[in-house]
Design a binder for this molecule. Sequence first.
Ligand code: CUA
Length: 155
Amino acid sequence: MKIHKYEKAFLLLSGVILVIFLGASFYAALGMGIMLPSRDGEIDVRQVRTTPPFDNPGVREVAPGVYEVVVIGQAWSFLPQEIRVPAGAEVTFIATSADVLHGFNIEGTRVNVMLIPGQISKVTHRFEKRGEHLLICHEYCGLGHHMMSGKVIVE
Ligand code: CUA
């Protein structure tokens, strides 16, 4: 069997591209610590407001420089609406939905998760610079979807 020389070149190129992409994925995951947001447990969607930690939404310092932010997404707002965290701290958002599917996207960051009824989403981020970020719902959740937003203030 004779392999045309261009065919050989393209086969080789495909192999090289695969190796580069796999290498980039491993480097991102292991070298840079980029991970997909994780699913962090289940919750009864009818009892979100009485189930810890969602019975007490807000910002808590759990260790020096380590913060936890508990957020409920509901039609059509976030609870709390305004989140204040210090610059440079490690902030873990623990969030869920109290009704339908919502999104949780903090503008200008990699924080981008879905709030799925019955599921708890968890994502960690470090805000290096002071400033304000818009927090938006980016999953269509009904009539008021476009008004569903909040604010993350890094101070
Ligand atoms: Cu909540 Cu769109």
